[in-house]
Write a protein that binds this ligand. Structure first.
Ligand SMILES: [Fe+2]
Length: 358
C-alpha cells in the first residue's frame, strides 16, 4: 500500500482534539453525531489536528467551525485513547486530548448539519446516557483533574477515593450509582461556593463520596446511612488525611444525610451533604424513583411500581414533604416548583413514568 492509499485512523493512528466547553451555569456543550463511528451519540466538539497546528489552535478552530463559538483554552482535561469498533469495518484508532474551554463570545449553533443532528448544553452533573468514548473520558478527566484543581483537593485523597470507593458504586442500583455520587459531589461544591461556607473541602468531598456506599449492603436496607458511615470508618487510609475529630464529623455527616432525618443535621457538613443529595433534575428523579421501586418490589407490575413511586415522591417533595434542604438554592427551587406541578397532575406523572424502561 502506498502512503497515499493509507487511511487516517485505520492504517495509521489519527491525532484529534476535543473541546470541553463549560459555561457559567456549570453546563457543557454536546452535539449529537450523525456519522459513524458512534452515530447517534452525544459528543464534545472537536476534530482532527492539521499539519503544523498546535492542539490549542486546533481546538479553537474546530469549535468555531462546528458551533460558531469563540472559545479560549483554559487547560488540559486529559488524553483519550480512542479505539473504537465500526460496524462492518476495521477498528479505528485515534489519540485525542481534550481541553477545558470557556466561551469568549457567540451563541452555540449547529454549523455542520450533515455531521450533527442536535446541539445542547447539559449540566455537567447530569450528562445524557449515550455519550461517545471521548466524551466519557473527558468527563472523567473533568471530575478527577479539573475539579480537584479548581477546589484545591488533596490529590492523593482523590486518587484513593477513585480507586477504592467509586468502584463499589458500580454494583449499586441505578439511582445510587456513580452518576449520583458525582452529582452529590458537584452539588456539595456548588453549595459551598454559593453560600461562601468556611469548611474543609476535603471533608466535604469524602462525605459526598461515601454517603451512599452502604446502599448495596444486605445488612439493613432501611439503614444505609449508618452502614455507609461504618464503611467509611473501616477505611483506615483516611486516617492519613483526617484527625480523629474530623473523622467523627465525617461519620456524623454521613448519618445525617438522610432526607427524612427527624432532627436537624448536627454540623454544617451534614447540612451540605443532605442538601446536595436532594435531586434537582425532574427527569432524573422520575427515573431514579421508578427503578428504585421496581428493585424494591419485584412483585409489582408496572402500574404498581409507578403508584409506589408517586406515593414516595409525593411524601418527600410534595407540599409539606419531608425532604430537607438547608440552603436557599436557585436550582432546587426551580426543581421543587416543577415537581409539585407534576405531582398535582397524577395522570401526567403516570404517563411520564410509563415511558421509562431499561
Ligand atoms: Fe444519595
Amino acid at each position: 500500500m502506498s502512503e497515499k492509499e493509507m487511511k487516517i485512523g485505520k492504517d495509521y493512528i489519527g491525532v484529534g482534539c476535543g473541546a470541553f466547553i463549560v459555561n457559567d451555569k456549570n453546563q457543557f456543550l454536546l452535539q449529537k453525531r450523525n456519522k459513524e463511528p458512534e452515530k447517534g451519540y452525544w459528543s464534545i466538539p472537536g476534530g482532527r489536528l492539521e499539519m503544523y497546528e498546535t492542539f490549542e489552535e486546533a481546538v479553537v478552530r474546530e469549535v468555531k467551525e462546528e458551533t460558531d463559538l469563540d472559545v479560549e483554552v483554559v487547560g488540559l482535561c486529559g488524553i483519550c485513547d480512542h479505539i473504537v469498533d465500526i460496524p462492518g469495518e476495521t477498528k479505528s484508532h485515534w489519540i485525542s486530548p481534550s481541553y477545558l474551554c470557556k466561551v469568549i463570545s457567540g451563541e452555540a449553533k449547529i454549523m455542520e448539519p450533515n455531521k450533527h443532528l442536535d446541539m445542547k448544553w447539559f449540566d455537567i452533573a447530569n450528562p445524557p446516557e449515550n455519550i461517545t468514548i471521548t466524551t466519557a473520558k473527558a468527563l472523567d478527566d473533568y471530575f478527577y483533574n479539573i475539579q480537584s484543581e479548581k477546589y484545591d483537593l488533596n490529590n492523593k485523597l482523590v486518587k484513593h477515593i477513585r480507586k477504592k470507593v467509586f468502584p463499589v458504586y458500580e454494583k449499586n442500583d441505578k439511582g445510587h450509582g456513580l452518576k449520583h455520587i458525582r452529582q452529590v459531589i458537584s452539588r456539595s461544591f456548588e453549595l459551598v461556593e454559593n453560600n461562601k461556607l468556611d469548611v474543609d473541602i476535603n471533608m466535604v468531598y469524602t462525605i459526598a463520596a461515601y454517603h451512599d456506599i452502604g446502599r448495596k449492603s444486605e445488612r439493613d436496607k432501611d439503614n444505609h446511612e449508618e452502614i455507609s458511615a461504618e464503611m467509611m470508618r473501616e477505611d483506615l487510609e483516611l486516617e492519613k488525611y483526617f484527625s480523629e475529630d474530623k473523622l467523627k464529623l465525617i461519620e456524623e455527616a454521613i448519618v445525617d444525610h438522610r432526607a427524612s432525618l427527624e432532627y436537624e443535621a448536627r454540623s454544617i457538613y451534614g447540612k451540605i451533604v443532605s442538601s446536595a443529595d436532594r435531586e434537582i433534575f425532574l427527569d432524573n428523579i422520575l427515573y431514579r424513583s421508578y427503578f428504585f421501586q421496581k428493585n424494591k418490589h419485584p412483585e409489582c407490575d408496572k402500574l404498581g411500581v409507578i403508584e409506589n413511586s408517586y406515593k414516595k415522591l409525593n411524601s418527600k417533595y410534595g407540599k409539606g414533604g419531608y425532604a430537607k434542604m438547608y440552603f436557599s438554592d436557585e436550582k432546587y427551587q426551580k426543581f421543587i416548583t416543577e415537581m409539585q406541578v407534576l405531582l398535582e397532575n397524577k395522570d401526567e406523572f403516570i404517563r411520564r413514568e410509563s415511558l421509562l424502561e431499561e
